[in-house]
Ligand binder design. Structure first.
Ligand code: SF4
Ligand code: SF4
Length: 449
């Protein structure tokens, strides 16, 4: 398959020293982690995920793996099947990043008015932060203009492939083309890794990833507990450890976390006492009603643009204000691990087709023309998790999430579900302003009693 990059006007990669940014990122993450650890009754088994996210442990392991000749494939979004990477004998790492100290550096190469998520990832590559310098390859879906165009600039630093996404999730129209695209990635991975992907190898990888999904789904169910068994911050941290952790170890640790966290509900509220919130449900005319018990912290559903460590600003603000983020639709949260694979035939073709289905149709990414599934999912989660209010996160300069907001807001208004839109970026300057708005939102929810 021919590269999309023509190479005639290639420029040498711009590299910047990352020492100061690395220290700033660690300091930002450290402050958020301290607040999480200060929560009463936090499951001790979160310590593993804290370690994987903040220490050099995983990096040291991966460096050792590379010294042994192993290959690492960097992925963006959730569209590239990790199963194929494992079956090719390599390790996948999700590279999406939201570290504010990496943003200004990226603006030297990318334009200033580009989505902060894309700038952050690119700036981290320029400064060799995170796991970028360990990756032998990056695969970037053409999910939005920012990601699409960034792939060209990323190709100056490492081999970069694009993954052509359909514009719409129309099953009949798009499944064949998308299955061919996934099959093409399989062929290229075999060549790149020098290893044939066998049916047995792919089946083993699918079953391994599926065990991770099963473990994750236990935590997902646990997040329904009243008042709650695990905070949203802890759930997101554990999920995002899966971006780069050893998959079998992560699965085992997630099972341990679920076992210990399930002992927590009711007895040990983790979040500081919330404002007294009495819930009687939405007005009669509405089809939505909350049945959360009196004195539970308000349960928030977080939707919209991804939040990625150490950008815990919104999660931290919501939960320090006394609510708990019980559910989410984020591609950096539940969406990453929720969807199981359904294989009808364990043949190569059957498995590739099942991978194609799994990695496209359940996606709630706003890059698709029609995304009614996003609203379906919000309504489903609001009912299942007895959600008291929805926080919609819009990343400044992301037109896609911005454009979807009004549509989501109109439907939620009809259903009587309280909603607030928080438009922000990765910086901390607006932390106080967001805090004030979230507190007012929670008070409004409380006054609905
Ligand atoms: S919202 Fe879509 S484009 Fe953005 S990181 Fe998530 S999957 Fe990728
Ligand atoms: S937040 Fe918006 S602009 Fe940024 S990568 Fe995701 S879809 Fe693209």
């Amino acid at each position: 398959m021919k590269s999309v990059f023509d190479g005639r006007y290639d420029r040498p990669p711009v590299v910047r020293d990352g020492a100061a940014a690395r220290a700033d990122i660690a300091a930002i993450g450290g402050r958020y982690l301290d607040a999480m650890k200060a929560g009463k009754g936090r499951p001790a088994s979160m310590g593993y995920f804290d370690d994987i996210m903040t220490s050099a442990r995983r990096r040291t392991e991966l460096e050792e793996y590379k010294r042994g000749g192993g290959k690492i494939v960097g992925l963006f979004c959730n569209f590239v099947p990790e199963e194929l990477v494992y079956a090719a004998g390599a390790l996948p790492i999700r590279l999406c990043a939201e570290a504010y100290p990496a943003v200004p550096v990226a603006e030297e190469v990318l334009a200033r008015d580009v989505c902060p998520l894309v700038k952050s990832a690119f700036g981290m590559r320029m400064m060799k932060l995170g796991y970028f310098d360990l990756c032998d390859l990056a695969i970037m879906p053409t999910s939005c203009d920012a990601k699409k165009k960034c792939s060209k600039f990323m190709s100056a630093y490492m081999p970069t492939w694009t993954l052509d996404l359909p514009q719409a999730k129309d099953y009949d129209k798009n499944l064949s083309q998308w299955t061919r695209e996934i099959g093409g990635i399989k062929d290229r991975l075999e060549e790149f890794c020098g290893r044939k992907i066998t049916a047995a190898g792919l089946e083993g990888a699918i079953r391994m990833v599926h065990r991770r999904t099963e473990a994750f789904r236990k935590m997902y169910e646990l997040r329904k507990a009243d008042p709650y068994a695990i905070t949203g911050r802890d759930a997101f941290l554990a999920i995002q450890a899966s971006f780069h952790d050893d998959i079998d170890r992560w699965t085992g640790k997630m099972n341990e976390l679920v076992a210990s966290a399930s002992l927590m509900p009711s007895a040990n509220p983790v979040v500081p006492p919330p404002p007294k919130i009495l819930l009687t449900g939405a007005p009669e005319a509405n089809s939505y009603s909350s049945s959360a018990p009196v004195s539970c912290p308000p349960k928030i559903l977080l939707t919209g643009a991804p939040v990625i460590w150490p950008n815990w600003k919104l999660l931290h603000t919501i939960e320090e204000a006394g609510a708990v983020v019980a559910a989410d639709t984020l591609c950096s949260g539940t969406q990453r691990l929720f969807d199981p694979i359904e294989v009808d035939e364990w043949t190569q073709h059957g498995m590739i087709r099942a991978l194609a289905v799994k990695h496209l149709f359940p996606s709630l990414c706003p890059c698709f023309i029609e995304n009614a599934e996003h609203i379906d999912r919000i309504l489903e989660l609001a009912a299942d998790f007895r959600i008291d209010g929805v926080v919609y996160h819009t990343l400044r300069l992301c037109q896609l999430f911005d454009m979807e907001y009004n549509h989501v807001a109109a439907v939620l208004r009809e259903k009587g579900i309280p909603l607030i839109n928080i438009t922000t970026d990765l910086g901390l300057e607006d932390s106080e302003q967001i805090k004030t708005r979230i507190e007012a939102f929670l008070e409004m929810i409380g006054n609905r009693a």
